[in-house]
Structure formats: C-alpha cells, structure tokens
Design a protein around this ligand. Structure first.
Ligand code: ZN
Length: 409
C-alpha cells in the first residue's frame, strides 16, 4: 500500500505512520519515530538508542526518520516534512528529520529555548558538526569504506543536547567513549551500491551519495532571469552547464555567520566614519550614510542570509557615500559578497549588469555562476534575483537609484 493511502504495517506488525497527521500522532506518544526504511537494518535498536538520548536531552526534541509522505512538493523532502510537522503540531523544541530520499538531516530550533543564547541553531549545528567530524574519523579508522548513516547525525546532536545548547562557538562536548560508540554498525552504512540492491528497503549512505549527485547533474540548466527593475524584460536561459551542488544546511549556516561578521565590521566602520564626518562632508552624503546605517542595524543579527547581506551592502553604501563626493557603491549583482562590481557584463538577453571580475570572467567563459541563493518556504534554493523581495528588486543597489529608501527600516 502506498504511504498516505492508509495504515500500513512493517515486518514487525507496527503501523506505518504514512501521513503528516499519523507522524504527529506518533510523536505525541514518543518523541522519536524511526521507520524501517530508515532503520539501518536495526530499526528497534536504533529507535531505542535515539529515544534514550532524546530523554537525556535538556531541551524538548522531536526526531523523525522515515520515507517522505506522498504529496510533498519539493525535492528537499526532509526540510519540507519538518516544516509541515512543526506547523501541524505547534511544538517548540529541536526538530530533526531525515527522509529516505535525501540522506541528510534537516534541523530546526523553534522557540526561545535558551534565553541565555541568541543563536541556538547556529551554536547547536556547529557543535553537532564538530562531533560528527570526530565520529566520522573514528569510523574511518576502523572501516575505510564505511559512511555515516543519517541517524548518527541525529545521535550526536542529541548527545550535544544532553549538555544543553552550547554557549560558545567551536565546542564539541562528546567524550571519547561517546565518539567511539558511533563506530558500531547501528550508526554506519557500508559504502557500496550493491548493498542497496540487496536490501532494497534500506537505502545506504552510498545510495544517498548517488542520488545527490544525479540530482545535482539533472538540474543542469539555470535560468538567469533579471529583475523587473530592468524594463520588465525576462532573460533567455543561460546556456546549460552543470550547476554546482547546492550548499548543505551546515554550509548555509556557516555562510550566515561569515556574512554577519563582515556586516558587523562594515557597520562599525560606517558608524565611526559618520562620527568623524562633520561638516566637511556634504549634508546630502551624510543623509545617505545615516539612512543606510539605520537600515543596516537591525539586519546584522538576522537569521536570514539575504537580510544579513543586505545589512552588509547598506553599510558599505553608507561608507562609500561619505568617502566619495559623487557616485554610489555598486556591488556584484550575482552575489554582493563578491564585493564591488568592476565592470558591466551581459547576464543574458544583452542586458548589462554590474559584476565582479570573477563573475565577468565566468560569464565570458560561459562557466556556471555561483549566485547568492535564497531559500523558499520549504527550503528550496534559487538565485535571490529569481525570487520576489526588496533585494531582487534593487539588486542590493547594483542597479542604482536611491535604492536604500526601498529597504524597510
Ligand atoms: Zn561576482
């Protein structure tokens, strides 16, 4: 029977929770749900091990390892399922979800779980990634071909949570014994495709890697569409070339942290420059700088990458206005983090946009660009200029005009 079409039973006779409602009902009984398809051949043992870790967690946790229910609309089924489950249950806590077809773990932290910490998600993700790295090293020292099963990622995150949300960046609270415990077959998967065919109900890490690669290669043609700001023209598709694999959640988190650091530095520089500016800078230029400073302030601590990058570009725009008598700061249209644009290049359809030297070279060589990505409602990623936002309308100022006035305070 297909998931979502009614109750299904596994080999142990347990009812398979195939719909969002059924999964939420299962979580009401038990905060950990491991279905056979993601049980690594030892479903009951895995369920018990994760449950024990969940019970030791200082914060509420919800864990789901399953086959994606029918009817999800994106390829990021783990992220989408997590969002839907949280929306349906309304429960705050740390949510960890993996589905058989993605092979990674989606994580979200809902609610202000630790008032002493501003960015629970980033700190938890960082400690978990560090612990996973240690576990992976231990696994590889015993088995050169073995890969980690997604359950390991969840296991180490729960182990981290036994100590609460880490208070500092760069920590890894697991003991050596805890790290070594992950070398057991419960948490590892052999890196062979044959295992998949022999045990069709149990996808392996090797299969996950193959699926991820095929998905990345299939999404080969990127549509570079310019914002309506340029005469409402739509751009023809850029010639097809393999799109780089999308960044993982951990990489996206790191990107937010990096951008925040840069934005904070740019903000402080603008603040200082404004303090020093005095009357030797024309009032119009000081007005621009003040407007940018006001709008940058609230964005630097944001969780959304586009907002943080917006804060960075606003701060640079303000500083430029103070340092130059005319003109304005133009960033690379493709990704403002590339810095100032150095030339104009045709993005498609003959329309010129300001880009950095590296993007200009990539366009000239018809190589794929690496644009700033924006996450949709269910975690799907697309170039920011393909979505609708103040950032896509203004190109982060690269398209000119008094763009900062369009940015809400
Ligand atoms: Zn660039």
């Amino acid at each position: 029977m297909l998931p979502g079409s009614g109750p299904d039973t596994g080999s142990d006779g347990a009812v398979f929770a195939g719909t969002i409602d059924e999964i939420v009902a299962a979580l009401d009984q038990d905060p950990v749900l491991v279905e056979e398809v993601m049980g690594n051949g030892q479903t009951e043992a895995l369920q018990a091990a994760l449950l024990e870790k969940a019970e030791a967690s200082q914060l509420p946790v919800y864990v789901v390892l399953t086959k994606a229910p029918a009817g999800l609309t994106t390829q990021n089924t783990a992220e989408e399922l997590l969002t839907l489950l949280h929306a349906r249950s309304g429960k705050d806590g740390v949510w960890l979800v993996s589905t058989a077809d993605v092979g990674h773990v989606a994580m979200q932290v809902y609610g202000d779980l630790d008032p002493a910490v501003d960015d629970e998600f980033t700190l938890l993700r960082n400690a978990s990634t560090n612990a996973q790295g240690e576990a992976f090293k231990a696994i590889r020292s015993e088995c050169g071909d073995c890969q980690i099963h997604p359950a390991l990622e969840i296991g180490v995150t729960l182990d981290v949570l036994a100590h609460g949300i880490p208070q500092e960046w760069g920590t890894q609270p697991l003991t050596d014994a805890q790290v070594d415990s992950y070398t057991s077959s419960l948490w590892t998967a052999p890196d062979t495709q044959t295992a998949h065919y022999e045990r069709a109900e149990m996808p392996t890490a090797g299969l996950y890697a193959v699926v991820a690669t095929v998905t990345a290669l299939t999404v080969a043609v990127v549509a570079y569409r310019l914002v309506q700001a340029i005469g409402g023209k739509r751009h023809p598709r850029l010639r097809g070339s393999a799109k780089p694999a999308p960044p993982t959640l951990a990489e996206r988190n790191t990107a937010v942290v990096d951008a925040r650091r840069e934005a904070a530095a740019a903000y402080r520089a603008l603040e200082k420059a404004l303090g020093r500016a005095g009357n030797r800078v024309a009032w119009e230029r000081r007005d621009i700088a003040t407007a940018c400073l006001e709008r940058a302030e609230s964005r630097i601590g944001a969780d959304d990458l586009l907002e943080v990058v917006g804060g960075l570009v606003l701060a640079r725009t303000g500083s430029y206005a103070l340092a130059h008598a005319t003109g304005q700061y133009r960033c690379c249209y493709v990704d403002p983090r590339h810095g100032a644009a150095t030339k104009e290049a045709p993005l498609g359809g003959g329309v010129q946009v300001p880009v950095c030297a590296a993007c200009a070279a990539a366009l000239a060589g018809k190589r794929p660009l690496a644009p700033l990505l924006s996450a949709g409602r269910f975690g799907s990623l697309a170039p920011y200029y393909e979505r609708s936002s103040v950032w896509s309308r203004t190109g982060f100022g690269s398209l000119g005009g008094d763009w900062w006035q369009e940015v809400p305070r």
